[in-house]
Design a protein around this ligand. Structure first.
Ligand SMILES: Nc1ncnc2c1ncn2[C@@H]1O[C@H](COP(=O)(O)OP(=O)(O)OP(=O)(O)O)[C@@H](O)[C@H]1O
Ligand SMILES: NCC(=O)N[C@@H]1O[C@H](COP(=O)([O-])[O-])[C@@H](O)[C@H]1O
Ligand SMILES: [Mg+2]
Length: 388
């Protein structure tokens, strides 16, 4: 396969539906190959808008607005970057001959926890936490009694922990119900999951296209309130557990099909490997690959989308620590300590136009002789970042 730099009149055009920190890195990788990048989000000056040829702020949940923009720009590839996108628009775009990554049905299955859970557990027969779907407080109470406490409650459509809570006793359930209802996304239905007291959890980045399927080294991570705060690569794992996770990731991604990278999430407890969920795109915990691999998860995604070979090398143990804003601001200023700019430490500031407490604004990256050292270095930098 040869890759030719696109000509103006017949250029390869990528449209990102969602333009956050992950989309920004995808845009940069596409730009590096001379690809035209159209960045779309629901607000102006989103991170990927800052590095795109053209950018748009539209209601991405509105089918007509999304289709109108697709017809106007006629992208070669449409890359969903968030969950909150009109799925009808993606199905219709596909019917009209546009190429959705990985494909509209895969996006449909993964954007809704009900679809992916039923597909993984019931169609593919994979091990997952026990679960139930509920749409009233009464049903939530029944489900929690059946699954036992603690249990985890999430809207069927949400990400980064929004609307998620853990109920430790029946008294917690009304609060969990409220938290889920207030979250963005479609909270009309909730999933209630058995709490898995896992030893550790991983993201297995899995990349596929016509040239085959490859796996990155497993990424270990720590989540707080359902959102990642620290990740590292490689996560030391028993060979058998890694093999099992790879087999499951292969089965799920083959089942979904299409081109691109997938962040497949697992809980590991003893010998048991539980499938949790997956992103049909780069994963936030995978930002660590910006420094640990010859081709980051973003570069691999672009290569996969273009149908190019998926070759890369793992360089060295590394870690990423998320910086979350402490303040509300319409002109956020991020202050980074000088020593964060070391020979093997890096900071990526996303450039989000507004901050609010808890919003991820930047990430610190560090290499180390081992993951423990890398984790300490990344965490130490993040602990000293400030915002105003
Ligand atoms: N059943 C469970 N048992 C134990 N912990 C859980 C369970 N479900 C979720 N968690 C914890 O909450 C985290 C976030 O859950 P999940 O990945 O489902 O949410 P999310 O909002 O989709 O996150 P993201 O979009 O960042 O991937 C998990 O990584 C894990 O740490
Ligand atoms: N876990 C999913 C994830 O990390 N998604 C990333 O966060 C952005 C939204 O951030 P915001 O909520 O701060 O606008 C998304 O656009 C994506 O890059
Ligand atoms: Mg997750």
């Amino acid at each position: 396969m040869t890759f030719t730099t696109p000509l103006k009149e017949d250029s390869i055009k990528i449209m990102l539906l969602g333009s956050g920190e992950l989309g920004k890195e995808v845009a940069i990788e596409a730009q590096r190959l001379g690809i035209e990048v159209i960045a779309v989000d629901k607000y102006k000056h989103a991170p990927a808008h800052l590095v795109a040829h053209r950018s748009y702020a539209i209601d991405m949940q509105d089918k007509e607005q999304v289709l109108e923009l697709i017809e106007k720009e006629r992208p070669t590839y449409i890359l969903p970057e968030v969950e909150a996108i009109s799925i009808e628009a993606l199905f219709e775009a596909e019917r009209r001959g546009f190429h959705v990554i990985p494909n509209a049905e895969a996006v449909n299955k993964t954007m809704n926890r009900k679809n992916i859970r039923v597909f993984a557990a019931e169609t593919l027969g994979l091990t997952t936490s026990a679960y139930r779907f509920v749409s009233s407080l009464e049903e939530l109470k029944e489900a929690a009694e059946a699954l036992g406490f603690p249990c985890v409650i999430k809207p069927v459509m949400s990400s980064s922990g929004h609307g998620q809570s853990i109920a430790r006793s029946p008294e917690d359930l009304p609060k969990s119900w409220e938290i889920a209802k207030e979250a963005r996304g479609d909270a009309s239905e909730l999933i209630v999951e058995e709490f898995i007291p896992f030893d550790y959890e991983i993201t297995l980045l899995t990349v596929r296209n016509e040239t085959g399927t490859v796996f990155c080294e497993p990424i270990g991570h720590i989540q707080q309130d359902g959102d990642y705060i620290l990740s590292w690569q490689p996560m030391p794992m028993k060979e058998a557990a890694l093999k099992k996770a790879q087999e499951i990731a292969k089965a799920v991604t083959d089942g979904l099909g299409g081109r691109g990278i997938f962040g497949v999430e697992f809980f590991v407890k003893g010998e048991e490997v539980y499938f949790s969920e997956l992103s049909p795109r780069p994963h936030d915990t995978g930002m660590v690959t910006l420094i640990t691999q010859s081709q980051s998860e973003f570069a691999l995604h672009v290569r996969a989308v273009l149908g190019l070979p998926l070759e890369f090398e793992f360089f060295a143990p590394g870690a990423s620590a998320a910086y979350k804003a402490k303040n509300e601001s319409e002109n956020p200023k991020i202050t980074v300590p000088d020593d964060a700019f070391g020979k093997d430490t890096f900071v990526r500031i996303f450039g989000k136009p507004e901050s609010h407490p808890g919003r991820r604004m930047a990430v610190a990256l560090a290499l180390g002789n081992d993951v423990e050292e890398a984790k300490k270095k990344a965490q130490d930098i993040v602990d000293r970042i400030e915002d105003a």
